[in-house]
Design a protein around this ligand. Sequence first.
Ligand code: PLP
Length: 440
Amino acid sequence: DSLTEGLDELARELDKDHVFHSWSAQSHASTLTIASGRGARVWDHAGREYLDFSSQLVNVNIGHQHPAVVQAIREQAELLTTIAPSTVNLARGEAAKRIVAHAPSGFHKVFFTNGGADANENAIRMARLHTGRDKILSTYRSYHGNTGAAVVATGDWRRVPNEFARAHVHFFGPYLYRSEFWASSPEEESERALRHLRRVIEAEGPSSIAAVLLETIPGTAGVLVPPPGYLAGVRELCDRHGIMLILDEVMCGFGRSGRWFAFDGYDVRPDLITFAKGVNSGYVPAGGVVISDPIAATFDDRVFPGGLTYSGHPLAMASIVATLDAMASEGIVDHAREIGAESIGPALEDLAERHAVIGEVRGEGVFWAVELVTDRKTREALPAAAMGRIKSALVGRGLLPFVQDNRIHVVPPCVVTAEEVADAMAIYDEVLGTALEGEG
Ligand code: PLP
């Protein structure tokens, strides 16, 4: 009705007048208004419904407004909303215990942060202090966050205007569809990408390198599922030279890949694990570093020179405890794996058969990328203007998409149902049918 339509209007006016948005030219910021949500659906004030196949920034793994998590935040708010990080707090210990329970043996400690960027920031700091070395190697196709070392470790365009710090070196990771190594099979891509990394390490001087920082499955860069043997090979190179391996599980962790940690699917053991997003689906901002015993021991008698006013914030901790308990008791991670294998994957393959604009489909769990091209042979990326039209058409049909470069990332909450997947696929189908109009 007009009263609630008025709230959407008011929200847009206030936003336009007073809110400064991330990663945007301000006069081109989005006007999409969201007022409420439940599971894989969100609504504006007027009740217009959207299927959320973005999970916002690929973080709402448990779905919107899970009642047990909302209840836990409410109860914690009534007991104690905030407390200094130096105090002992039960919710913090319970949250850390649950996170460690999903890590490999040899991990017992968690340092809590406000989000993913500062998780990487502090993991980098720990690796440097533990090894006494300064260089950090990471891939061009990566995003690690928007703070000092995290944004310079990032490989994509966001690094360049922020690149003041030294001691960061980038290399190419595996990406068979657009191989940097002229590879024609996953095995060849893996082998050649490892050779390239070995050469970079040798050329940089192995004893100057503190850590290799990798997203287990690079997310924003295109859901680049690593080929067989790659991560194990990186581990081997790190071991040979005393280099720490930091796996960034901020986007791929806590159910997104259909596993608790994405690296559970590979023969690899990190030294530090960074997390955020799915650990509590962002109901309260939180992230952190899971620390292996030898690195934790470095700071037994030596001060760790880092901290945050809100490290282990009680509301965030209560939301982590409730999220991880609900994900375990409701089988949410298993559901993400099954819906990916049984519904999302096959449906996207079916779309790819019928739409020439789809160059490749890849992913697992609720973590998929659909690569759009003007020509399947040349693999030329669909231009930005066409991607913009696709995005608007999807939103116009009631689907919130995650669009990045020439790709649609199909990344619904882990709790998405088979019916919701079918509804979303019908919308993608309809929109992709016209995607190549006007393209050559
Ligand atoms: N690492 C990865 C892999 C991410 O995808 C992101 C955010 O998208 C970050 C780190 C940064 O997390 P935050 O935005 O919570 O700082």
